[in-house]
Design a protein around this ligand. Structure first.
Ligand code: MN
Length: 145
């Protein structure tokens, strides 16, 4: 693989556009793995793109995410905080906080996401988790389980 892989139209040379996940409750999300990491840097660096009106999976896990918005705009839930997000904003997703990203209705939401190479599987909300999240009206209105 060459040292430089050129960027074009929110894709990169030699980087396939993949399904976000195998199954799971999400809408209109693609995944590109930019860097796979190695022993001296055990991380994976991905680019996700959510189509207008789409959303990522509502999930939580012990591992953390570092996110940079690269394209478009939308909103995100992290813990109980719902925020407007736009190009170049940074988002930290702490351990075991529920999180979900939603694109605007009229714009995509593309973001870089750094994760540890060794990580636990995401958990999806059980009925009691959804009930707890829904104690906040704003969160209840935001989430797409
Ligand atoms: Mn996650």
């Amino acid at each position: 693989m060459s040292t430089v892989r050129k960027f074009r139209d929110f894709g990169w040379e030699d980087v396939p556009v993949l399904a976000y996940k195998e199954g799971g409750p999400y809408k209109g999300v693609t995944r590109q793995v930019l860097f796979e990491g190695e022993e001296s840097l055990p991380a994976q660096w991905r680019y996700f793109e959510v189509e207008p009106g789409g959303h990522s999976t509502l999930e939580r896990h012990a591992h953390i995410h570092y996110v940079l918005i690269l394209r478009g705009r939308g909103r995100c839930l992290v813990g109980e905080d719902i925020s407007d997000i736009a190009e170049h904003d940074l988002i930290e997703v702490p351990s075991l906080k529920w999180h979900q990203f939603r694109a605007a209705e009229d714009a995509p939401l593309g973001f870089l996401c750094l994760v540890s190479a060794t990580r636990d599987r995401p958990q999806l909300p059980a009925a009691e988790d959804l009930a707890e999240l829904s104690r906040s009206r704003a969160v209840a209105d935001f989430v797409r389980p």
